[in-house]
Design a binder for this molecule. Structure first.
Ligand code: AMP
Ligand code: MG
Length: 322
């Protein structure tokens, strides 16, 4: 077993991004962090200007030509938004901005404002022109928000950047979105170890360890960004059908998949489906594994051929789904 490991971290995309390599490679490290910065600059909606913001600023006025890369992500995000029973919605921006969850000024908006914003979140009103890569938001006030999937998309691109530098064993953690590349030299079974966070506990409290090889591990949890008002938790995943945070029996859902964008899309979709419907949907989608963590302290493992899980917190009950 090799135990040399080089870890590099930077604050990017509103989180700590950390990269672990097996050998020192300053060029690769610079390429990775520069790529993340460049992509964040194009995709963010938390700054006045970006490619996505140029689309949002032109809502109801005109189409905006964007780069192939941004167009490709918006196209995939629109397709995911239109899947049957999908609570992933790339047009959710007006509601995210209204609630401000995770930002200064968060509060429960009045029902009328929520209803007004709900009229601006129909993904069908995002018109895509494949020929010139232009995007048009058909109503004034519409806003694309790629916050749920940008990290996954970027992680997949980082894997390609590392491959260009001949790096085929690494792990990149973009604040809850972990992409493991190849096998790990640090464990006897050559699996990478990824911690599953305990909901609403300190950042270092873990429910268990997920072991994977060459997989993405993405978690969507209601404890990541939230506020409490009148004893009620308001978290950052909004139900497009109601305009309020999604409310079900889950504290978190983790998707284990080959591709990190897929994991990011489906962690939101599966959170929205809840346990029963989510587990049924995963019968059809057995290319991904899943870990559901319920508010009543059950951990349900699905499609376990893709990962191993070791429970650390005995106050939780492990429930295999298959
Ligand atoms: P994640 O941390 O990947 O679960 O994504 C959460 C972020 O996705 C939020 O902070 C919002 O920017 C955005 N978001 C919230 N609700 C939705 C939704 N229903 N569909 C797509 N994006 C959403
Ligand atoms: Mg996500």
């Amino acid at each position: 077993m090799n135990d040399a490991c080089y870890t590099y971290s930077q604050q990017l995309m509103g989180t700590t991004v950390s990269l672990q390599l097996l050998t020192e490679n300053p060029q690769a490290v610079a390429a990775v962090f520069n790529t993340i910065k460049a992509l964040e600059t194009r995709l963010t909606v938390n700054r006045p200007h970006s490619e996505v913001m140029s689309i949002n600023h032109a809502a109801g006025k005109h189409a905006v030509v964007v780069s192939e890369l941004v167009f490709d992500l918006i196209k995939q995000a629109k397709q995911a938004s239109l899947l049957p029973n999908s609570s992933f919605n790339l047009a959710i921006g007006p509601l995210v901005k209204l609630w401000k969850i995770g930002f200064n000024g968060h509060r429960v908006p009045d029902a009328q404002s929520i209803n007004e914003k709900r009229r601006l979140i129909d993904p069908n009103l995002i018109e895509l022109n494949q020929h010139n890569h232009s995007v048009y938001l058909a109503k004034k006030g519409m806003e694309i928000d790629l916050g749920a999937i940008a990290k996954g998309y970027i992680a997949d691109i980082i894997k390609l950047v590392l491959a260009q530098h001949n790096i085929h064993h690494a792990i990149i953690n973009c604040g809850g979105n972990v992409l493991t590349i190849g096998s790990s030299p640090f464990t006897p079974n050559q699996h990478w170890q990824v911690g599953l966070k305990k909901p609403f506990a300190s950042a270092t409290s873990l429910l268990g360890i997920i072991q994977v090889q060459d997989k993405s591990v993405v978690t969507s949890g209601i404890y990541e960004r939230y506020f409490v008002q009148d004893d009620q938790i308001y978290h950052h995943i909004i139900n497009p059908a109601t305009g309020y945070p999604l409310n079900n029996e889950l504290d978190s859902i983790t998707i284990i998949s080959t591709n990190s964008l897929t994991g990011d899309i489906f962690s939101t979709i599966m959170y929205g489906l809840g346990c029963k419907k989510g587990l049924a949907a995963l019968n059809e989608r057995n290319s991904m594994g899943a870990i559901f963590v319920t508010k009543d302290k059950r951990i349900i493992l699905k499609n376990q051929q893709h990962f191993q899980f070791h429970l650390l917190d005995q106050s939780y009950q492990l429930c295999p789904a298959d």
